[in-house]
Every structure is written in structure tokens, then in C-alpha cells.
Write a protein that binds this ligand. Sequence first.
Ligand SMILES: Cc1cc2nc3c(=O)[nH]c(=O)nc-3n(C[C@H](O)[C@H](O)[C@H](O)COP(=O)(O)OP(=O)(O)OC[C@H]3O[C@@H](n4cnc5c(N)ncnc54)[C@H](O)[C@@H]3O)c2cc1C
Length: 481
Amino acid sequence: MPKHIAIVGGGIAGLAAAYELTRRQREGADVTFTLIEASPRLGGIVETHREAGFIMETGPDAWVTEKPWAREVAGELGLAGEIMQSNDAERVTYVLRGGKLLAMPDGMRMMVPSDLAALDGHALFSPAARRAYAAEPQRAEDLKHTHPHSDESVATFVTRHFGAEVLRVVGAPLLNGVFGGDVRRLSVQAVMAPFVKMEHEHGSLIAAVQQRDRERNGKPRPATFTTLRSGMGALAEAMAATLPPTSTQLNTTALSLRRTPEGWVVHTAATASSRDPRPAGTSQQHSFTDVVLATPVAATAHLLHSIDRRAAQLVDIPASSAVTVAFAFSPEIAQAQSITWPKGFGFLAPPGEGTRLLAATFADQKFADRAPVGGRLLRAYFGGPTADKLIRQTDEAIAQLAHTELQKMLGPLPPATVTVVRRWPRALPQYEVGHLNRMAELDRRISAIGKLRLLGNGYRGVGVPDLIRDARTAARTVAAA
Ligand SMILES: Cc1cc2nc3c(=O)[nH]c(=O)nc-3n(C[C@H](O)[C@H](O)[C@H](O)COP(=O)(O)OP(=O)(O)OC[C@H]3O[C@@H](n4cnc5c(N)ncnc54)[C@H](O)[C@@H]3O)c2cc1C
């Protein structure tokens, strides 16, 4: 029987599923699909704003180079010539401490130093924190044999290895930058799995990263981040351009689902406006053989509620909001005002350091060609409860706050030539302690319902490459089943 699949949600996950199904169709698979997206554009959080020669990322600005799945798609789409690495020769990340931006020591793998000597006399850590680092390799046997076998929080894991100061100064801001939220609730098994494995194998995380470095045998590390010259949005735009024209319904909200003996009925309605998720107009019904839900967790929980209440509960995990504000300074303004910021990729602000910012990216230094020659580009990032509050404020108020906060660290900044504010409400799901068990139970329930797949950043990774990998695998499986 031919398959007609509904993909609900056209963020990078839904789009990658649609892209893969389009490829299957071209190879002769008897499959069609409809991509139902509430907003007027595809890509979801992946979005690049291009203006006055600036490439401004309002969501993700790169993917982690080690993960190949976004690069593979870029290659398939003819974007290989666009692929560009971060400027790792200039890679410095600063941490705000006592009102100053202090560079992270060289050789850190997240909060784990590969070179203890690089910490000597380093102002970022107190003598007590440096002693905790120095003692960790000596505690390897103890750490190897006493770690808990069940899941625990990132906070207890990091504190067990390096103490509370390292957690506060680097652990919390690093994790907050990716997952938002609270390190006392985040699951170490879900968000730091490679480090859990290191603990099991070596006890000491420092010993583990040092061994990995030795195994590289002097081979240079690849650049940390990879992106596209015309921005991450180009990946979504190029994927969208491959889809059959009649396969996509924009400005269409999925309201509810109903399981039938043959498959599914999906009720949709025109979206009222990009700012108002409530439906406008009468609802329509369409039948499908299979449904792929690639909506954010809150929307997915809502759609599942009438199908399987327990599955809806399992999906409905907390998610934190993000607000980004990009400031572009034209070459004329940047030169007239001598705008500079420290060499490097940007800074992280630990809690309690007197700013409402979570982080900022020196976008024109992290990657080449983000600004016209002589221009400058900076992005402020608010997360967690601050972002939840800011989302309700005007663009002007948000931009004003970001501008004021940045000046505390960077000194006087003139008004920007272009300012882009983006709100991402409940965009980053929190993988809390027990997340993997929760996902295992969810998987069982979803397969029992049948002809249903869940994709997106609520389940097995929030990064763009992971979402692309999972979406393509799911699409292949659905098309072949
Ligand atoms: C500020 C920020 C920076 C980030 N930086 C990075 C980074 O540098 N690198 C990286 O790898 N990751 C990064 N991430 C994470 C990554 O961007 C996201 O996890 C990813 O883009 C989420 O994709 P998605 O398809 O799961 O969801 P979304 O992009 O949220 O897409 C879901 C789509 O579903 C639609 N929708 C919702 N409800 C309905 C409905 N009822 N009917 C129809 N459609 C509906 C929405 O309109 C949306 O388009 C960042 C995230 C944020 C917020």
C-alpha cells in the first residue's frame, strides 16, 4: 500500500525527515508526504538573517565538527564549498568573574583540563579549585569504584570530580549555554555521556582526556565548530528547496490527531499569525498512513494527549527559553568609534556575576566573513528565567538591556547599525535526571501506538547534527516499513 506520511513541524528535524523522504521518492519508493508547519517559514530555530553584508545567526551558529551528519547533508546539497571551520587559531572563551573577562585556560575539554600546568597561577580559579583539579587524577581508583550506577545530576558528577567552584565557574555556564536550565536537575547520563564513560573506564576525567590526547599522536585536532559561509539557515533553505512544491503547508497548525484502523486523521487550521499560535479559520482533516511529530515538546505533548495520556506526560518535559540579540556595527561606525573586543569566540557569565546575560559571541571573530571588512558583529544570549521574562517585552526593551549589559564587560558601544532580536520560547528541553529511562518508556508506548514517530530536540540530543541523523534514520525506516 502506498504510504502518505504527515510530518508535523518544519524545524530542522521535520525538514530533514522531509528531505530524506524526497530522496526515497526519487529512488522509486512508493511514498508521499505532507510537511505541516505552523509558521510562515521552514527551519524553525535554524535561521540566518542577512542584512547590510552581515550574516547574523538568530539560532544555532554552527555544528560540532566531530558529528558528521550536518556536513553530510551539506555535501549532498552541493554546499561543500560553503563549509567553513571556526577560527580555532584564535579560540579563546572568557568567563566573567568579579567583573572581569578571564580567559579559560588552554586545553580545556569542557570543564576538564588536559594540561594541569596551564592552570598554574591562572586567575580564573582560586588556589583551592586548582588543588581540586590537581588532586583528581590521584583519586582515579576511588572515583572508578565509588561512582553511582544510576543516573545523577551534572552538579553532583562535576562536584565529585572537581568541587563546587569548578561547577559554578565553568560547569554551570557551559551547560547553561547549550541546555539552559539548572545543573542540579540536568541528567549527566543524557547530557555528558562521554564523560560518564570516561569515569567508568578511568575514574579520573583528567587522566581520560590526557590519554585521548596521547592517542592522537600529535595529529592536529579538527576545528571545534563547523558552519556554512552564508549561515546555518542556508542548510535549511537548501533542504527546503529539494521538496516537491505541493508537499509543504506553511501557516498551518496541527490541532489534533486521531488514530484510525488504516492510520491517522490529522486536524489542521490556518495559523492566526506568527506571534499567535491559536488557529484562525475552520479546521480541516486529512488522512495519512503514518505520522511523524517533529514539533517542540509542549506541542507534541498536546497532540499526544488524546492518544496516550502517559506518553503525553513523558514528552512534556520542562524546556527553557532563549533570547538572542545580534548587534551589527557598519565599517564606518566600527572604525569611527574604534570598536574592539578581546580576541576569541566570546564569553560565558556564571550565575551571581552581576549580569542578566548568559553568554555572548564575538561572531565576527569566531568565523570568517560574518561582517563586511571593518564591520563588527556581536551576539548577546539570554537564557532560563531571564529569557522567560524578556520574551514578553518589546524588541526595543530587550535590545536596550542587551546593549547595557554588554557594555559592563566590553566598555562603551555605539548604537548598532542593525539589531536583530529573536525570542525562542521553551526552545531547549531539559534532560533531567532519569531522562534515559523516561525515553525508554516513551519508546515502548510510541511503538505500541504504531505508525507514529517522534523527532526533535526533546529526546536524544539538542544539536543540529543529532537531529538530522535521527530524522533521516526515522524517515528511511518509515518509508521501508
Ligand atoms: C538560541 C539557540 C542557539 C542554539 N545554538 C546551537 C548551535 O550552535 N548548534 C547546535 O547544534 N544547536 C544549537 N541549538 C539547538 C538547536 O538549534 C535546536 O535544538 C534545533 O534547531 C531544534 O530543531 P527542532 O526541529 O527539534 O525544533 P524547532 O526548530 O523548534 O522546530 C519545530 C517546528 O514545529 C513548528 N510547530 C510547533 N507546533 C506546531 C503545530 N501544532 N503544527 C505545526 N507546526 C508546529 C514550529 O513552528 C517549528 O517550526 C540552539 C538553540 C537555540 C534556541
